[in-house]
Design a protein around this ligand. Sequence first.
Ligand code: DON
Length: 637
Amino acid sequence: MRRLPAVSALCGLAALSIALIPAVTDPAAMASSAARSTASLGGGSAASAAGAAAGQASAGAQKQAVAVGTGGAVASMDLDASRAGIDVLKAGGNAIDAAVATASTLGVTNPFVAGPGGGGFMIIYLARTHRVVTIDGRENCPQACTATMFTDPKTGQPLDYTNASEQPLSTGVPSMVATWAKALQLYGSRSFAADLRPAIATAEHGFRTDQDFQQLTESGLPVLQAYPASHWLLTKAGDPLPVGTWLRNPDLARTYRLLARYGPSYLYDGPLGRAIVRADDHPAITPGNTLITMPGIMTMNDLRRYAARVEPPTHVSYRGLDVYGVAPPSSSGSTVGEALNILSGWNLRAEPRATALFHYLEASRLAYADRNAYVGDPRYVQVPLHGLLDPAFAATRRCLVGDTALTSPVAPGDPNPPYRGCGGSAAPQPLPPEGMHTNNIVTTDKWGDIVSYTNTINFFGGSGMTVPHYGFLLNDEMTDFDFAPPSPGAYDPNLAAGGKQPRSSMGPVIAFRHGQPAFTVGAAGGSTIPTTILQIIVNHVDFGMPLPQALAAPRVSQRNSATSLAEPDFYNSALARQLTQQFGEQFALSTGPILPLDYYPGDATGIQFLGRGLEEAVAEPVRLYGGSALVVHPGGH
Ligand code: DON
């Protein structure tokens, strides 16, 4: 999907029913046309213009970026989604239930970054057993995937990234529903059906679209128009819905109801799965549209063999904190962890701020060199995770940092012991393109459990294809694979293969001090996710900013490239000038804007644990029109 031109300067297992599904009849498809015709009364789509004026006045009115209180908390990018989580907490659910309720509702209110068609990674702290676990809910590539699937057979050259991202070929096995079900089965306190209730209600009764909805539609308009099902659901006769439109999605309400009733097998071995495979492999395209040229290669067997997996977290120690993250195929835990290990060698708090930021940028540069060279799906390639997270390996990287910025691309180090010398070994691996948006949800409950969950359908609006009659978009996550190795025949851990998961940047963290939760944070933004998390940690832990300020502060992202991507407030700062003059750091202005309301792809959420049961939920105050932080019992500051 395209980037927009600049337009603005401002910017319970027990109840998880797995029932036999009728093999031939698809109740969803049958019921769908009736629901659609009802919804179409508003004028050609499920939208009604009736709420438009009121919506303009009220959109965002009750959104707040920070909430302090007790009894549980939720932060997400959307008010309706956060409310869904809070309602579940108030009804006795735990943080895992709340995360599923929030994520499924976000799939309704922000279908461009969330919903059943995507995947993600969850990190969970289980207070009763004092354990941290993660759930790998990343999409698999269909079995028919090959290392050359994203090269042009005529030229042998890699396909254009944006064009490939618009194709059904880029859709991986939707893994979100399996992730929700696995989390609830193992750690939830309520049924899947109960936790889907808020999302069903929101989809059924409707919600008011906001500016973020509009700009995300705008960013994906050509591909949304390519599919009749997307055109009718998400646009107004092919244009973005006006801000404040009252939008219902009866198809998605029914999809969630069917999942609630039959369990995930409705997708992974049932009618919904068949509809996904049909839509992906034989896309129904708007007559005359020429954008869609590469159908999908998914089969029911790809869906049947999908399983979300519980995996151990990554761990590093930093300034007395225990920081847990997400392991490969996520690159977040290893990259944030390695960078923190490198930074451990300097006392950032005592350094002049420019020197500390120079060290932050260089640590990130080096960690990304290693990320790009070594991280892939560990079931397919050997990932030297232990080495990447070893402080002794970090020492062999830190010693490369002198008085001036290193020249990128810097070569990766050798993360295999014994760690020797100072420097790089193999040839540098370029940073491949990656989608720029997703979402992070954080929840906690009165028992002290914590969930941080980054999930997405990838590049703004995923593949752009709505599954006909089911009301949700499919992901285009497979373009997170490298399309070709850095040079012909060179080793590349992130080439596509049947059943393999592409490397991800998604991966939130939870940090503990003296065994007690200190904070959790996660972020959106493709390959900027680890740098956003790293910068927030540095802001908070080293520079002493409270979490809301740490999250809101102007961002700068160094990913082993010649320039660091900087938000305008950073780019135009005296610190940036000093970093250039004193240390030779170069910056690129994060412009576009990426979206009209957003200069930077990395909106974040977090929770700070203030002690005595008090928690502070934090969302973005400005980026992407601001997020929503809520607590069960406000107050107590
Ligand atoms: O897994 C990843 O790293 C990306 N596919 C995350 C999604 C994201 O931020 C893409 N944004 N459009």
